[in-house]
Design a protein around this ligand. Structure first.
Ligand code: SF4
Length: 871
């Protein structure tokens, strides 16, 4: 039994891992302060993601297996030669919030202290950069003031641009618990009526990008009602200008006046208020201003750093905070020290014995890949991330990577859109195979511990980076293990502490290997004088004069406005059960059962006008790319708006690469791209043939549209094409690579439906259901037939009489589907708790509870809501 940390989101839940015969048994750690034993669907399914299928286990150079010495020598030589010929800014690292702090530290030290460039950026740029910039403008440092306990102690939780129930489910459980125990009110500010909004006391469906206008209205009301905290404002600069700017900001919010007034009244009347914000705020061309608009309201009222009060950014990634601590962004140094400050640079350089310190910021993510595209960057090392899918203008980014002189990718798999373009592929240890630390959204540093051996030649990232550094001739990279790196990082933070910076864990600088091994989670700062808690209640900030700043901000619209050519505003985001580009979550079959293919949410009235049909396919086009997505009609999005998730890639649905649609428009301060306000056109995709395929074995469709997923019995895929295959039997044999299989076939000539079972050695090797329109099927029941003997009803589109039809999965933790929940509701279970008692659904992580509530409401209401009917 080993204590570790969930490697997905920024909540940073503690897990207890026990290796078992077919993987790892996972349960929530009751002693971890982030989750107290709770886990969400993704964390619960962690043990199902550790198999060796698809793992990269050997270094590859141009696709040919080699050994570590040859691969590392090549990487070191190509970086050294490129730097010698073109200078240090001709090379770059692109890192990930998935990396452990120790890995991050080594990459940052190598690039900024020895290569002499700051071209080291991270996918946290896509996630949190606007918060970093907003914090730094207001506080003088990138400090998260609050803690998770504040969520337990708040009387009002305002969620801005955050679908907390799906994206940070364990924090959502804490908010739900506070609502139950102390009556905490919940307000959701989001253009989309997310499942989180369903459970809120108040939902403000603001116009996309109108967050500054909403919080400026609030700030003006605070000032007008005399609710500013005069005592606290003696610690703050800029209050007058910020209030004047707020009063002058008359931009439309899109929220009905009465609703906005109710929110303002509630906020003003509730001292214990926590404003939680996430990607809906950050991923914007005015993201930094949005952050400061929120911070302004808390600073004006002194509602910061005290129990149950404060602005609270929740990070998307498991170690976005650790990356920020080591200085993993191109405009940071280390330990929250400033790259532009010569004293800070000198001190860090001395500490590192640096041979060539970077002296100016490097390229931020979007600009970095533009430099790859135009040849300024000639050697790039990408670690644990998939920029060919996740960067805006993803098709152009993919082309830039493909055209770069030298690409190194270290990852756990070579089967990603990015890894397939690498010249050198380095096999990395996965989350359960390596050791180090991560920092969650409330500054709690937790150990991630190795629990199983890395397969083949897979190695941790810090080791690869340190090996390359040594082979480039640099000293100071010969650590025996992650504990030594942690000690060095902690000691460096002591220098930051002496400069009066916030990040100081020097109290851990002498930790022994044995103590590091058993180190409990702790929240920084961690010094002899100060440990753990909240920041800024004392009115002391990290600016030169120790005063905080209210920043005057004014509303700005998103970079692109809808037009006749691109009439819809596209919002992108996550779904409940998938993580990033699905390289891990896709391996857990149960996580693929909730929402199994890429889709676009459209308002029914827009869909009618555009001529796209529910469950049909839509072709979505922007000035930068194209996608084909399944149509879901729902009033969760307003007229003129659309939503599509960002998870699918060339590996799982080649036309589902949603970030190919998104422009690379940037926040001028943070460099964060506007991932939630693309403008697109939508037309019906002219498919004339649709199919559902299930197989006991992996297969790769080649049709114009396909989306494939792992299932409990193999693989399944949705397919569509412009014309039907002329010979469906030959097509099926090729598709499933079963040339000798016996084909059992059933045709409904009137409706043009053809159903085929390919029987291989007496068992169903694969099934194909096809027709001229999307086919209604009991998909889970059909998937269960793969690999089973042929029985009467094996070709039926519905579940057999002896097979209960669970319906589409609602609760991923228990696998309970819509049909069972509906049946329980019809039998008298009248609320979420009763459904949990009757079926188990909703009894674990709670992320599905809003959906269950909606299903129950639909049963008890004579007219189900359009959203439920559509979904
Ligand atoms: S909320 Fe879920 S994904 Fe996030 S850390 Fe906890 S278990 Fe992992």
């Amino acid at each position: 039994m080993t204590r570790s940390t969930c490697p997905y989101c920024g909540v940073g839940c503690g897990v207890i891992l026990t290796p078992v015969a077919n993987g790892i048994r996972v349960k929530g750690d009751p002693d971890h302060p982030a989750n107290h034993g709770r886990l969400c669907s993704k964390g619960t399914a962690l043990g199902e993601t550790v198999g060796l299928s698809g793992r990269l286990t050997t270094p590859l150079v141009k696709g040919v297996e080699t050994n570590w010495d040859a691969a590392l020598d090549l990487v070191a030589a190509r970086f050294r030669d490129t730097i010698a010929r073109h200078g240090p800014d001709s090379v770059a690292f692109y890192l990930s919030g998935q990396m452990l702090t120790e890995d991050y530290y080594v990459a940052n030290k190598l690039m900024k202290g020895f290569i002499g460039s700051a071209n080291v950026d991270t996918n946290s740029r896509l996630c949190m950069a606007s918060t970093v910039a907003g914090h730094t403008r207001a506080f003088g440092a990138d400090t998260v003031p609050g803690t998770y306990e504040d969520l337990d102690q708040a009387d009002l939780v305002v969620l801005v641009g955050s679908n907390l129930a799906w994206c940070h489910p364990v924090l959502w459980q804490r908010v739900e618990a506070a609502k139950t125990t102390r009556g905490t009110k919940i307000v959701v500010i989001d253009p989309r009526r997310s499942v989180t909004a369903d459970a809120a006391d108040l939902h403000l469906p603001l116009s996309p990008g109108a967050d500054v206008a909403v919080f400026n209205r609030l700030l003006a009301a605070i000032a007008d009602r005399g609710l500013t905290d005069a005592g606290y404002l003696t610690h703050i600069e800029g209050a007058e200008a910020a209030v004047a700017a707020a009063r002058a900001d008359l931009a439309e919010t899109g929220v009905a006046a009465a609703l906005l007034d109710r929110f303002i009244d509630l906020w003003c009347a509730t001292p214990r208020v926590v404003t939680v914000f996430s990607q809906g705020v950050n991923q914007s061309t005015s993201g930094t201003d949005k952050v400061n608009a929120i911070l302004n309201c808390h600073l004006a009222t002194g509602r910061i750093g005290r129990p149950g009060m404060g602005p609270f950014s929740v990070t998307g990634q498991p170690n976005a905070m650790g990356g920020r601590e080591v200085g993993g962004l191109a405009n940071q140094l280390a330990c929250h020290l400033a790259l532009e400050n010569p004293d800070h640079r000198r001190a860090v350089g001395r500490f590192w014995n640096a041979t060539r310190m970077a002296d100016r910021p490097g390229l931020k993510a979007v600009d970095l890949f533009r430099a790859v595209g135009d040849g300024r960057i000639k050697a790039l090392w990408i670690i644990h991330t998939n920029p060919a899918v996740t960067l805006p203008e993803a098709d152009a980014v993919r082309a830039a990577i493909a055209g770069c002189d030298f690409i190194v990718v270290s990852d756990v798999t070579g089967a990603t859109d990015t890894a397939r373009l690498a010249h050198v592929l380095l096999p990395a240890a996965a989350w359960a195979e390596k050791s180090g630390t991560v920092t969650n959204s409330d500054r709690t540093i937790s150990r991630q511990r190795q629990v199983i051996a890395a397969p083949g030649q897979a190695r941790p990232d810090w080791w690869m980076l340190a090996q390359v550094a040594q082979r480039m001739g640099f000293a100071g990279f010969d650590w025996p293990g992650p504990a030594a790196i942690f000690r060095e990082h902690a000691a460096l933070s002591g220098i930051a502490g002496r400069f009066g910076r916030d990040f100081d864990i020097s109290g851990k600088a002498r930790i022994s290997d044995a103590a590091y091994e058993v180190m409990d989670p702790f929240r920084w700062p961690f010094t002899a004088q100060r440990q753990g808690g909240r920041f800024f209640a004392d009115g002391l900030f990290f600016t030169p004069d120790r005063r905080g700043r209210m920043v005057a901000v004014t509303s700005r619209p998103p970079a692109a406005m809808p037009s006749e050519k691109r009439p819809l505003r596209l919002n992108t985001g996550r779904i409940r059960d998938q993580w990033h580009t699905m390289t891990r979550t896709e391996r857990a079959a149960r996580l693929n059962r909730h929402l199994g293919e890429p889709f676009i949410d459209l308002h029914p009235a827009d869909a009618l006008q555009l001529g796209v049909a529910p469950f049909g396919l839509a072709e979505v086009t922007s000035d930068h790319g194209r996608a084909v997505l399944r149509v879901v009609l729902t009033d969760r999005v307003g007229r003129g708006q659309a939503f599509a998730p960002m998870h699918w890639s060339g590996e799982t649905a080649p036309t589902g690469r949603v970030d190919a649609l998104v422009p690379g428009a940037l926040d001028p301060v943070s460099g964060q791209p506007e991932l939630k306000a693309a403008t697109v056109s939508v037309v019906p995709f002219p498919a004339r043939w649709f199919a559902f395929a299930a197989s006991a074995h992996e297969f790769t469709p080649g049709s114009a549209y396909w989306a494939r997923r792992v299932t409990e019995s193999g693989y399944a895929a949705e397919l569509a094409d412009l014309t039907a295959p002329p010979d469906i039997e030959a097509f099926a044999r090729r598709l499933f690579d079963l040339p000798e299989a016996q084909v059992i076939r059933s045709d409904d000539h009137a409706r043009g439906l053809a159903t085929l079972a390919l029987v291989d050695r007496g068992r169903i090797g694969a099934l194909l259901f096809s027709g001229p329109a999307p086919v209604a099927l009991a998909r889970d029941a059909i998937i269960a037939r793969s690999g089973a003997p042929v029985l009467p009803g094996s070709l039926a589109p519905r579940a057999r009489a002896d097979q209960p039809d669970n319906g589409p999965v609602v609760c991923a933790c228990t696998g309970i589907g819509r049909n069972r929940i509906t049946a329980a509701a019809q039998a008298g279970a009248c609320d979420v708790a009763a459904i949990a008692r009757a079926t188990g659904a909703g009894s674990n992580c709670g992320a599905c509870r809003p959906e269950i509530a909606a299903l129950v409401a639909a049963i008890s209401s004579p007219t189900p809501s359009p959203a439920i009917a559509a979904e």
